[in-house]
Design a protein. Structure first.
Length: 186
């Protein structure tokens, strides 16, 4: 029997400094897909109340410090899920924002198969060699110091024992919600 683990991957809410709340369509998706085995938050929560909300959504919740956070969070997290090593980092450690080579170096240094990162506020999922780079974008769709999509986005993932990972990305275009499914073997 294959044990599937469900992940919620979100970040860069910037509540209350840049956004007042999480958009209702995104909250609905989060709520309708509960429970989650893991929550990965890429940083820039800004508010402790955001952290408390996401702690109550998953059995295990991981948060990293974003460049706008002052919550005493770690810079990196590594968690093993069904023989897949998942790393979590904000992403402000690389320049320019979202630099693939810089992110791959972090993945190598952390010895992970999947590196979840944020900071760009731009949804992006790519496989480079044997490393899966996952950026959920900004859950609230707020501006950033670089190019940002300005669209609220997030990812729900499923990791199987067979080292397969399925990622469903959700992104709002105005009031329209778009979803896309990608599957990878690691």
């Amino acid at each position: 029997m294959v044990t599937v683990k469900k992940l919620l991957i979100v970040g860069d809410t910037h509540i209350p400094t840049r956004a007042k709340s999480i958009p209702k369509p995104m909250l609905k998706i989060i709520d309708e897909n509960k429970p989650y085995d893991y929550v990965f938050f890429t940083g820039d929560l800004v508010s402790e109340s955001v952290m408390e909300f996401f702690r109550n959504v998953g059995a295990k919740s991981f948060f990293v410090r974003g460049n706008m956070d002052y919550l005493g969070l770690p810079e990196f997290v590594v968690e093993k899920i069904n023989d897949i090593k998942v790393g979590l980092v904000h992403g402000d450690q690389v320049y320019p924002r979202g630099d693939v080579e810089g992110l791959l170096k972090i993945a190598k240094d952390l010895n992970v198969n999947v590196l979840i990162n944020g900071h760009t506020h731009y949804l992006k999922v790519i496989m480079v060699g044997n490393v899966l780079l996952v950026n959920p974008g900004s859950l609230t769709g707020v501006w950033s110091g670089g190019y940002a999509s300005m669209r609220p986005s997030m990812i729900i993932g499923y990791i199987e024992e067979s080292r397969k990972i399925k990622l469903i990305s959700y992104e709002m275009y105005g009031k329209k919600l778009k979803s896309e499914v990608k599957t990878f073997s690691l």
